[in-house]
Design a protein around this ligand. Structure first.
Ligand SMILES: NC(=O)c1ccc[n+]([C@@H]2O[C@H](COP(=O)([O-])OP(=O)(O)OC[C@H]3O[C@@H](n4cnc5c(N)ncnc54)[C@H](OP(=O)(O)O)[C@@H]3O)[C@@H](O)[C@H]2O)c1
Length: 236
């Protein structure tokens, strides 16, 4: 395949920055979507701001005419220690869903006309293991022991559900849509936990890069509508 054009949202730091570097290392031309752009191939993109999304799509169309890869990575946790679902203001939940769920719909829909011009487009939604209802309800899984929260796990479960729906819509057009969890890794996002997770953002980015690029996992007969970590499929 000739030059591949990729857009990564939330590419200013953490997993998104590592995904952008990983896709570049595989020869792609990577556009870094950032709330505060820096660098030539970065574009202003706040996933909660339709104006910036529309403008970014216009900029990509003008400059490249199509998009081959979209990585919906931007995300927030909204985590407040000691606040269970029953004590969480609805506004806090709304804020997390605005970014982690509705932001993905807005960006994906704006980029779809460009993705449809690609011979083999890939969409990767950056989810989380805590979005797995199986893990959350399995007393033998370590995530069962994490404090219950209203916003973040539900937002990633909703993102997984959206992944399936987009995959169903786009299967006939050769566009693969998958969710990937980076797994726990040390970024600003997890800094507040107060301990070293022992995995870097680059470790977390690997599965995302694999799904987004032309590796075996994402070849022409690669999966669509699945949820993956670095070891393979994750249960819903
Ligand atoms: N780290 C982990 O252990 C872990 C585990 C599982 C899943 N994840 C997922 O991985 C993704 C990246 O997390 P991370 O650990 O890299 O977090 P991070 O270091 O906090 O980075 C978050 C990124 O998202 C961007 N962002 C936040 N809100 C945005 C918005 N409205 N529009 C555009 N960009 C926005 C941030 O941009 P600014 O610089 O402008 O704030 C930043 O680039 C998230 O979806 C997260 O849920 C992370």
């Amino acid at each position: 395949m000739s030059e591949r054009i990729a857009l990564v949202t939330g590419a200013s730091r953490g997993v998104g920055k590592a995904v952008a570097a990983g896709l570049s290392a595989r020869g792609m031309t990577v556009i870094s979507g950032m709330r505060t752009p820096s660098g030539e191939l970065s574009v202003r993109l706040d996933v909660t701001d339709q104006e910036t999304i529309t403008a970014a799509a216009g900029w990509i169309e003008e400059r490249f005419g199509r998009l081959d890869v979209l990585v919906n990575n931007a995300g927030i946790s909204g985590y407040t220690p000691g606040r269970p679902p029953g004590a969480t203001p609805v506004e806090s939940v709304r804020e997390v869903f605005e970014t982690n769920v509705l932001g993905v719909v807005a960006v994906t829909n704006a980029m779809l006309p460009l993705l449809r011009r690609s011979p083999a487009a890939r969409i990767v939604n950056v989810s989380s293991g805590v979005g797995s209802l199986t893990y959350q309800t399995d007393p033998d899984h370590y995530m069962y022991g994490l404090p219950p929260q209203a916003a973040y796990p539900a937002s990633k479960a909703a993102l997984n559900a959206l992944t399936v729906q987009y995959a169903r819509e786009l299967a006939g057009e050769g566009i693969q849509v998958n969710a990937a969890t980076p797994g726990p890794c040390d970024t600003d996002f997890t800094q507040g936990l107060g301990f070293d997770l022992g995995r870097t953002a680059e470790d977390g980015a690997r599965v995302v890069v694999d799904l987004a690029s032309g590796s075996d996992m994402a070849g022409p007969d690669g999966p669509t509508g699945g949820f993956f970590d670095e070891n393979g499929r994750v249960p819903w």
